[in-house]
Design a protein around this ligand. Structure first.
Ligand code: NDP
Length: 257
């Protein structure tokens, strides 16, 4: 039997960007721990395919899906309202939706900088603010922002992403200083290099792949499943006095030179 501190039965969780990749796996982890899931993405067909698979795995009554663009303030307000209408008050929010854009800073167009900042940082503010209003009224909630090793480390050609993910660390702290007194725990998970669609090109690049494996004390890429346990912990009563932290799930990459 699992430990009761990690039981999420009856709690509604919204995971942004859960139609695929890391978000999908985190959503599966929360559902396995008992949560009622609102899945999310932009592409409606992909989202519906994921919803159908989750409904088959966990039951129609525990799974719903809402599509909206996390960079559009009006869509965020309407989307969060719709999620709560279909599933009930959100107890757990995972701000996971994100994009990457690999271009050196000198060649980076302002529009691309803005798109990355909007998707990877401003979205967490917009969705977090919309959901936190209800959490504050209810006096309870869990928010998990998805950061990155780029929260701490820079690498050439991903300047906008690095700036956004550094911002996620301090947004997590800013949310904590204003909302923690309402029994809301806001923390961040910072995944290392995880094999997903976003990183497929890097996995296929032999030189980059061997650099990653050599640079990581655990000597492997992360798997999306590696993020399930930390997500369940930060979504559950097991983390009720954990506030404003960034937890690196990176095989040790950020602790070595
Ligand atoms: P994927 O590209 O596999 O999935 C991205 C998800 O975000 C999709 O569900 C996508 O939906 C959604 N999304 C993107 N833009 C928007 C938008 N504007 N509005 C709504 N939904 C959107 O990404 P990963 O799973 O690799 O990454 C997920 C998170 O983890 C990101 O925040 C990323 O920065 C972070 N991360 C990833 C790492 C990795 O190695 N992969 C390492 C560290 C952090 P749709 O398909 O409908 O567009």
């Amino acid at each position: 039997m699992s430990h009761p501190l990690f039981d999420l039965t009856g709690r509604v969780a919204l995971v942004t960007g859960s139609s695929r990749g890391i978000g999908r796996e985190i959503a599966a982890g929360l559902a396995e721990a008992g949560a009622t899931l609102v899945l999310h993405g932009r592409d409606r067909d992909r989202l519906e395919a994921t919803r159908a698979q989750f409904a088959a795995d966990f039951g129609e009554d525990r799974i719903s899906a809402v599509a909206f663009d996390v960079t559009d303030p009006d869509q965020v307000s309407a989307g969060v309202a719709e999620a709560e209408r279909v599933a009930g008050p959100i107890a757990i929010l995972v701000n996971n939706a994100g994009v990457q854009h690999r271009v050196p800073l000198l060649d980076l167009e302002l529009a691309d900088w803005q798109r990355v900042i909007d998707t990877d940082l401003t979205s967490a503010f917009l969705v977090g603010r919309a959901v936190a209003r209800g959490m504050i009224e209810r006096g309870r909630g869990k928010i998990i922002n998805i950061a990155s090793v780029q929260t701490d480390l820079a690498r050439a050609s991903i300047g906008a992403y690095t700036a956004a993910k550094g911002g996620i660390r301090n947004l997590t702290r800013a949310m904590t200083v204003e909302w923690a007194e309402h029994d809301i725990q806001i923390n961040a998970i910072a995944p290392g290099y995880i094999h997903t669609e976003m990183t497929q090109r890097l996995v296929d690049d032999e030189e980059f792949n061997s650099w990653i494996v050599g640079r990581t004390p655990a000597r492997r890429w992360g798997r999306t499943a590696d993020l399930k346990g930390p997500a369940v912990w930060l979504a559950s009563d097991a983390s009720d006095f954990v506030n404003g932290q960034v937890v690196f799930i990176d095989g040790g990459m950020t602790v070595v030179v």
